[in-house]
Design a protein around this ligand. Structure first.
Ligand SMILES: [Zn+2]
Length: 351
């Protein structure tokens, strides 16, 4: 089923997949493998994804999914295919993803423990298939879990260099999948954080690389999950993010802590030191990719560097002042983030 579920419900059960897919699958019937995990001997329908057969219960799927309910109420076609005496429904989903979804329906606690960290690939599969089969509660739960990392309401996800969360694993390349899921589920509020993280990945370090890679269209490359429009969004945003990163530094350290500073001579010396280091760094041709991490807190890092030099340090008032400036400027960038990607996200936080 290439998955317009409304349409598919009107089609006969044997036609759920395209003609080609269906005949290829029929030819491979002998190669069908009973799934080790989701095969119930007392099941009454066999779902086949790729060459894996899942023996399950019509009633359970109908209870959770309007799409399956529609499928099962269709009259069986002539010469209905059966496996283990049960009617067969062929679907075009990946077997592993279907296994995750069925297991979540049968044994939801394994995936839905509100305190456990779940692998991103599992949550992504649940969201994809719950959306397709209209399993509302599972879709909402998966979406909520994805939003714990790909947030839409605060800077929290950038408090560590590598965003991670106790409820969801994080790999750099997941961001590409999140962009695709945002479009699939019509959840544009996921896009700014996900596109920002895409921009940080290696393919985007050099624009010509991404264009070449994108044109080569190798399916196994995660960035090929991005549409041409999203690739252009990232390419257009990257220079703006570089600029924003420079603006963060200049804003935080534009001046020492003003009236509250109790050690103005020392603090001014420290400020001059870090500004010099910054300008020296900017004038060198970098051997590493130009960084775009404008949302990552920098005041602490820069002040620690200054202390390590052994000669300079800031008074506590200046430290508080710089941290406050750091938060202010990053909040402003966060509220502008959608515009870097040419997006207007309704309800996006304004500072
Ligand atoms: Zn000071």
């Amino acid at each position: 089923m290439s998955v317009n579920s409304r349409k598919s419900r009107k089609r006969a059960r044997a036609d759920i997949d395209s003609e080609d897919e269906s005949s290829a699958a029929m030819a491979a019937k002998e190669d069908l493998k009973h799934d080790d995990q989701v095969w119930f001997d007392d099941g009454n329908v066999v779902l086949v994804a790729e060459s894996i057969a899942f023996c399950i219960h019509r009633g359970l799927l109908s209870l959770h999914s309007e799409v399956f309910r529609g499928m099962f109420t269709m009259p069986p076609p002539e010469n209905e295919e059966t496996v283990a005496g049960c009617p067969v429904v062929r679907v075009s989903d990946a077997a592993q993803e279907m296994r995750y979804m069925l297991w979540a329906l049968y044994n939801g606690r394994a995936f839905r423990n509100p305190r456990a960290q779940v692998p991103f690939k599992v949550v992504a599969a649940l969201l994809r298939l719950a959306h397709k089969y209209q399993i509302t509660y599972l879709r909402e739960e998966a979406l909520a879990r994805i939003k714990t990392v790909y947030v839409d309401d605060s800077l929290d996800f950038m408090t560590e260099e590598c965003p991670s969360h106790p409820l969801l694993t994080y790999e750099e390349e997941d961001a590409f999948d999140v962009v695709q899921l945002a479009h699939l589920t019509d959840t544009p509020s996921l896009l700014p954080a996900a596109l920002y993280l895409c921009c940080e990945t290696e393919p985007f370090w050099e624009p010509t690389n991404i264009i070449k890679s994108f044109l080569s269209k190798r399916d196994e490359e995660p960035y090929n999950l991005l549409s041409q429009e999203d690739v252009f969004r990232c390419l257009a945003a990257r220079p703006q993010l570089v600029e924003a990163r420079l603006a963060v530094f200049s804003y935080i350290f534009s001046d020492a802590g003003g009236m509250q500073c109790r050690a103005s001579g020392l603090c001014r010396g420290a400020l001059a030191f870090i500004k010099n280091r910054f300008f020296e760094a900017q004038s060198e041709v970098p051997e590493w990719p130009v960084r775009i991490d404008c949302l990552y807190p920098r005041a602490d890092d820069v002040m620690s560097d200054t202390c390590y030099s052994g000669q300079y340090s800031f008074c506590s008032s200046c430290q508080t002042y710089f941290k406050g400036r750091d938060k202010d400027i990053r909040e402003r960038i966060w509220s502008d983030l959608p515009s870097y990607f040419g997006l207007d996200i309704p309800g996006w936080v304004k500072h």
